[in-house]
Design a protein around this ligand. Structure first.
Ligand code: ARG
Length: 456
């Protein structure tokens, strides 16, 4: 394509090293969409005759089919998807095909191709996020009345509704949806017409190509357009936050489904066995959700490390941005594809969960707050109940094992009205502050969640 200035052919090793077909041949259809919009614009402003613009469009559609059927095989010496398609067009149309690249560089061409590609994939991920939020709402409603231990530091803290637990993940994933929408917003400007870096001497209609391709407007600065990849960084930022949320969920599930906890029941179809130990049912899917999160972070770092030292223009380093982007998209899609059906089949054993809480120490805060309601300053109440717990441990008893006489001896401030409060159910019910775990509050969260999902 550039042989005019060169007196030697490109070395074989260089062709192999600089080609990007392994990354961009799969994006051919998006490149063709961009080229068709460009050709229509060239025809419309009279830079090429209208009938030649139409021939170019037909030629490009034919090439799209040739690529889809496998009839057109790319040549490495043509470096990338863009030059392979253009070269085939020239083969088909001669001098008419040679007019397509008028007022265009591969720098704005690759930028538009990547935006079109990413826009499609983000929509696909959006459908997955939609399904994820829906399944969490469904689980929350289904398990709202089941009480499980709430932890801090992996130590039993206070009892919570399982619905509250599901809605905690819903909250995090709904913010990921906001981040996904932001990443989509970053794709709303069209690079075509930026040229190699400085725009064009030709009267291109940038508004038209932007409109044709479904962008809100053309990009505002041609140099920024070819140099920047922050629209990719916005995707990666969504991806790594989302994956981190998946990873934390997976970590919980590994713990709660273990024999020692045992109240979260994983479906057999989403677990694997051991090649040696016949009794095993392993949460490998969850471990892989956790494990793949590192790669997604790695792809983000890869992009940022590439960008941080680059001069503010197009540099060939940018060609490598596609590798991590595509790998990350694939991994995020794979994670969603397994997480949604897994969640829809996860069950909770409320009795088993209650067994683990049968010492009643999770109600210590409730007892302290009972005293607060009777005028005892909180710090003092905290000390009194701490002493009570210490005494229970010494007597090898739980709070639920104390007789009324023992209660009165150990905590003289305890009146008869304390005893109805000493149940896990009442502890959950009474945490009725907005956003708290009370069953009614969880119902409200679910309603608000439905509203969010409808508007997403
Ligand atoms: N394959 C290249 C890429 O993906 C296309 C742009 C090449 N531009 C250039 N000035 N060499 O970035």
């Amino acid at each position: 394509m550039w042989k005019g200035r060169f007196s030697e052919n490109t070395a074989q090793a260089v062709q192999k090293f600089t080609q990007s077909l392994d990354l961009d041949w799969a994006l051919a259809s998006y490149d063709i969409d961009g080229s068709i919009a460009h050709a229509r614009m060239l025809g419309s402003v009279g830079l090429i005759p209208a009938d030649e613009a139409r021939q170019i469009e037909d030629g490009l559609s034919r090439i799209r089919e040739e690529i889809a059927s496998g009839a057109l095989v790319p040549a490495q010496e043509l470096e990338d998807v863009h030059m392979n398609i253009e070269s085939r067009l020239i083969e088909l149309l001669g001098p008419t095909g040679a007019r397509l690249h008028t007022g265009r560089s591969r720098n704005d061409q690759v930028a538009v191709t990547m935006r079109l590609f990413l826009r499609d994939r983000l929509h696909r991920i959006g459908s997955g996020m939609d399904a994820l939020l829906a399944v969490l709402l469904e689980r929350a409603a289904r398990h709202r009345d089941i009480i499980v231990p709430g932890f801090t530091h992996l130590q039993q803290a206070q009892p919570i509704s399982m619905g509250h637990y599901w809605m905690a993940h819903f909250s995090a994933f709904s913010r990921d949806c906001d981040r996904l929408l932001f990443a989509l917003e970053s794709l709303r400007e069209c690079p075509l017409g930026a040229g190699a870096l400085a725009g064009s001497t030709l009267p291109l209609d940038r508004e038209m190509t932007a409109r044709e391709l479904g962008f809100a407007r053309p990009t505002r600065n041609s140099l920024d357009t070819v140099a920047q990849r922050d629209y990719m960084a916005d995707y990666h930022s969504f991806a790594v936050t989302f994956a981190t949320h998946c990873s934390r969920l997976a970590e919980d599930f590994v713990i709660y489904s273990s024999r020692e906890f045992g109240w979260l029941l994983l479906p057999d179809a989403f677990c694997t066995g051991s090649s040696m130990m016949p009794q095993k049912k392993n949460p490998d899917v969850l471990e892989l959700l956790r494990g793949k999160t590192g790669q997604i972070l790695g792809h983000f770092l890869d992009l940022l490390v590439t960008l941080k030292g680059l001069p503010m223009t197009y540099d060939r380093d940018l060609q490598e941005d596609k590798r991590g982007l595509q790998a990350s998209l694939r991994t995020v899609e794979d994670m969603l594809a397994v997480l949604v059906p897994l969640l829809s089949a996860v069950e909770v054993d409320g009795e088993k969960a209650a067994e683990g809480m049968n010492d009643g120490f999770l109600l210590a805060t409730d007892v302290a707050e009972y005293l607060v309601a009777r005028g005892v300053p909180f710090r003092q109440a905290h000390g009194m109940v701490g002493g009570l717990v210490k005494e229970c441990i010494a007597r090898k008893k739980g709070l639920f094992d104390l007789t009324r006489d023992e209660w009165k001896a150990l905590l003289p401030e305890a009146g008869e009205d304390l005893f109805p409060l000493l149940s896990l159910r009442s502890a959950v019910e009474r945490r009725n502050t907005y956003g708290g775990t009370a069953f009614d509050q969880v119902a409200k969260q679910i309603e608000e969640g439905k509203t969010f999902l409808e508007s997403f």
